[in-house]
Design a protein around this ligand. Structure first.
Ligand SMILES: C[S@@+](CC[C@H](N)C(=O)[O-])C[C@H]1O[C@@H](n2cnc3c(N)ncnc32)[C@H](O)[C@@H]1O
Length: 230
């Protein structure tokens, strides 16, 4: 078990002294344990501190963003990381309601900021804002891009990488990288189309509903599916 930020994959893996890997599975995002622990501050259903830090290396917490970021920066982050169309209204309401200390306080502020004519919400009104803050606090897209940039470097020829993303921004980065590697002949796409959970899996585990799996195989192995020679 090597613990660390996967944006440092190459250095962590080399330091382990292990040979190039035959497989890499990246199960991205948040774990149920984190979501269900009120003290971690990821859930808008559980009252807890506004933390949202996944690991020890996150410098700012969600409370810092909510209480100290400039209104425009907050609106931009909420929009950029969640495509929330009421991002400006929400940022304005957050600034007006400061200081905000807990997850449920923030969820209330966001819910009240979204116009009631926005109709019945299929998802909780605070879902996108919480996701955006989480991505900003943990630099998740930047870390994912760094992980992708180092993936082929730790794989053996013929080694396979499987990425499971849980929202479109993550999946877009994975899709673009896998497609680029394929076009460059560095890896061979194993999933022509994104793989989604079966209905039975969603019923057994509703949190899997947004999962998107993609797989690729590094080029260069004799007889590998890619048929590429080193
Ligand atoms: C979806 S969960 C993995 C769940 C795990 N497969 C299981 O079955 O328990 C994703 C995990 O990745 C961790 N994580 C997120 N970003 C990370 C990063 N940059 N480096 C290392 N771990 C990270 C999260 O803290 C979370 O525990």
């Amino acid at each position: 078990m090597i613990e660390g930020n996967f944006s440092q994959l190459d250095a962590l893996y080399r330091a382990s002294g292990l040979p190039p890997a035959d497989g890499l599975i990246a199960d991205l995002g948040l774990s149920s344990m984190q979501l269900d622990d009120a003290a971690r501050g990821f859930s808008f259903y559980l009252a807890g501190p506004l933390d949202m830090r996944m690991g020890p290396d996150a410098e700012t917490s969600a409370e810092d963003w909510v209480n100290f970021a400039a209104e425009k920066e907050l609106a931009d982050v909420i929009y950029k990381f969640s495509e929330e169309r009421h991002s400006r209204r929400i940022a304005r309401a957050i600034v007006k309601a400061r200081p905000i200390r807990t997850t449920t306080e923030l969820a209330q502020v966001v819910t009240r900021a979204i116009p009631s004519r926005a109709g019945l919400h299929q998802i909780h009104p605070a879902t996108r804002t919480f996701m955006a803050l989480r991505l900003a606090v943990n630099q998740e897209l930047e870390n994912l891009q760094a992980l992708l940039d180092q993936t082929l470097g730790v794989l053996a020829p013929g080694g396979r990488a499987v990425f499971i993303a849980f929202h479109s921004l993550e999946d877009r980065l994975v899709k673009q990288a896998f497609r680029r590697w394929h076009q460059e002949g560095r890896a061979h796409l194993l999933t022509k189309h994104v793989v989604r959970p079966a209905e039975t899996e969603i019923q057994a585990n509703p949190r899997s509903r947004s999962a998107k799996l993609r797989a690729t195989e590094k080029a260069g192995a004799e007889g590998s599916r890619s048929g590429h020679r080193g």
